[in-house]
Design a protein around this ligand. Structure first.
Ligand SMILES: NC(=O)c1ccc[n+]([C@@H]2O[C@H](COP(=O)([O-])OP(=O)(O)OC[C@H]3O[C@@H](n4cnc5c(N)ncnc54)[C@H](O)[C@@H]3O)[C@@H](O)[C@H]2O)c1
Length: 249
């Protein structure tokens, strides 16, 4: 039976790219996102490539929905071996214009979402004495104008990663994080629209200030996640790997 990977926020973007890569690596994949119907393209793409995937509608901020989602995944796919906490949102604004709702939503999706999903996943992983968890931080953790909420959440993810690596290590569970730089997705295209430039211009500007002189694609993150959940990374835990073309050097 295939090992099972759960990827949150996997209907599109980095999550969909990661789910496709893990399916190609041989995992049966649960595509978790807010709207189950929106997961169809990601599931179909995996099936068309010969892989196994199911769509699971779940708001990662809702304790009951998360518990039900993991029960369903374990029942349908047989276990939970890998969890990629990837679901995310932006609500950018300078501090004086940032609403409490914008603060709360960003904290909730990134931090509470990762907490709730990991708490469910570890039940299966601790029992089987093995598991791999990859959280999603960001270069914005290091500070980003207009992103007080997001930066705090993404640095929080790094603290969560280190702490859970300590707690879960004795059970054979590795917990790491990836911190993407600029990756071409609907999230970065939406930011371009918000600041009033075309996606192409926005990408070109980002590439200019990146040592490797390009922006990233979802596959750039998926490649590193694939390594972190592989046996080759079995002695790596508590780490955050920046995958940003050198943007924050
Ligand atoms: N794109 C980048 O440049 C970049 C850079 C650094 C970090 N990241 C992080 O990578 C992750 C993926 O980003 P992306 O660019 O693919 O974004 P995206 O907006 O394209 O995809 C995010 C997905 O998360 C889902 N989602 C949002 N809230 C959810 C919730 N409460 N429950 C379940 N699913 C939810 C969305 O529906 C969407 O499908 C995010 O955590 C983001 O913060 C992205």
């Amino acid at each position: 039976m295939s090992k099972v990977a759960v990827v949150t926020g996997a209907a599109r973007g980095i999550g969909a790219g990661t789910a496709a890569r893990l399916a190609a690596d041989g995992f049966a994949v649960a595509i978790v996102d807010l709207d189950e119907a929106a997961c169809k393209d990601a599931v179909d793409a995996i099936a068309a490539a010969g892989g196994t995937a199911i769509a699971v509608g779940c708001n990662v901020t809702d304790e009951n929905q998360v518990a039900a989602a993991f029960e369903r995944i374990a029942a349908e796919l047989g276990s939970v071996d890998v969890l990629v906490n990837n679901a995310g949102v932006l609500r950018d604004n300078l501090l004086f214009k940032m609403s409490v709702d914008d603060w709360d939503l960003v904290m909730s999706v990134h931090l509470k979402g990762a907490f709730l999903c990991t708490r469910e996943a570890q039940k299966y992983m601790v029992k089987q004495k093995s598991g791999k968890i990859v959280n999603t931080s960001s270069v914005s953790a290091l500070g980003a104008r207009g992103q007080a909420n997001y930066s705090a959440a993404k640095m929080g993810i790094q603290g969560l990663t280190r702490t859970l690596a300590m707690e879960l290590g004795p059970f054979g569970i590795n917990v790491n994080a990836v911190a993407p730089g600029f990756i071409v997705t609907e999230m970065t295209d939406a930011t371009a629209a918000r600041v009033g430039v075309s996606p192409e211009e926005f990408r070109a500007e980002a590439a200019k200030i990146t040592p490797l002189r390009r922006v990233g694609e979802p596959a750039d993150i998926a490649n590193v996640v694939s390594f972190l959940v592989s046996d080759d990374a079995s002695f790596v835990t508590g780490q955050t790997i920046y995958v940003d073309g050198g943007r924050r050097l």
